[in-house]
Design a protein around this ligand. Structure first.
Ligand SMILES: [Mn+2]
Length: 327
């Protein structure tokens, strides 16, 4: 068993109440990790507060235990012994939840981002893991906990979504070995896939097909840029993961190296999301702009409008793309 896994178990034994949280705009891996751990903690008699900035969207309603996640209000204050922060590369990723953290209470950091800053008192970080859900599985395995069906279902969901349905390079033999174990439980992968991906409201899909055709292809299509002003984003329902859908479609362009989406996030604030097909390390690019992520999927926020953000980012990214294309 990994050293920190043992230490974490010690911490669990001594503590009574837990604060569990993840990043803003949580994805299925974030929810799955939070819920899997909280179901286990409750089963051994611990008290758990799973908190988020906002209530989970309806789209996540199928995840067992999702009702445990509570949106915090302006005056929320919670007492707890141990905070567990999952799927976050750095502490700022938890957003407003940061306010709930209390001096002198240990933080456990469970994550799989290469850029993780090891902000925890206890860090359980492995950039080779496909997902935080995979790490949770390894923890349970190490602790020799037998998993109930709902935890298996959650971990399957987290791994499936973070690996792009087992397509991305973070999918390893180890990942598949875990999946083989999980499939012994009473659920069907096709049902989960349908709930996550084939559940799009008609209006969203119609508008998406228009938006997706508006992109800029630079360097013969090696570099793809998409602008998402607020007026466009606001037309989609909250459940629709617009950026994910755009990336999913445009990454199939022949010869594409880097995809970038610029999202208007306030008057002088632009969120930039990167995807790389492998040759360019976009974690480094995001990191340069105080962001973070993985080598093939990362993001950052710039304090300027979309136009200026694009100019600044392109300067760095284009250099990389030219370098690769000249090889
Ligand atoms: Mn993740």
């Amino acid at each position: 068993m990994i050293k920190n896994a043992k230490k974490f178990l010690e911490l669990i034994r001594q503590a009574r109440t837990f604060l569990i949280c993840s990043h803003v705009n949580p994805d299925p891996d974030a929810f799955a990790s939070e819920l899997a751990l909280s179901i286990y903690l409750e089963s051994i008699g611990k008290k758990v507060h799973v908190v988020a900035e906002d209530a989970p969207s309806k789209h996540m309603g199928f995840m067992p235990g999702i009702g445990k996640v509570h949106a915090i209000g302006r005056r929320t204050r919670l007492d707890y012994d141990v905070a567990v922060i999952m799927d976050c590369g750095d502490l700022d990723r938890i957003g407003k939840i940061k306010r709930l953290l209390r001096e002198g209470r240990p933080i456990v950091n469970i994550d799989h981002h290469v850029t993780n800053t090891k902000f925890g008192d206890l860090n359980y970080v492995d950039a080779k893991a496909s997902s935080t859900s995979e790490l949770i599985y390894s923890l349970f395995k190490g602790w020799q906990v037998s998993l109930p069906r709902d935890i298996a279902y959650l971990i399957y969901t987290g791994i499936m979504t973070d690996t792009g349905s087992f397509r991305y390079t973070n999918t390893s033999a180890h990942t598949h070995a875990i999946i083989a174990e999980l499939l012994k439980y009473d659920f069907l992968p096709q049902d989960i896939f349908k709930l996550v991906y084939e559940n799009v409201p008609l209006a969203d899909l119609k508008y998406f097909t228009q938006v997706a055709s508006e992109f800029d292809a630079l360097h013969d299509g090696a570099l793809i840029c998409v602008d998402l002003p607020k007026r466009i984003v606001n037309k989609f329902s909250k459940e629709f993961d617009l950026r994910d859908k755009i990336f999913g479609l445009l990454r199939s362009i022949k010869g594409v190296e880097v995809l970038m989406i610029f999202t208007e996030d306030g008057k002088n604030r632009t969120r930039v999301n990167f995807r790389s097909q492998g040759s360019v390390d976009v974690a480094q690019i995001a990191y340069y702009f105080n962001g973070g992520g993985h080598s093939k999927a990362s993001g950052c926020i710039l304090d300027c409008d979309m136009k200026a953000a694009r100019r600044r980012i392109l300067k760095r990214v284009a250099r990389e793309v030219v370098r690769i294309k000249s090889k």
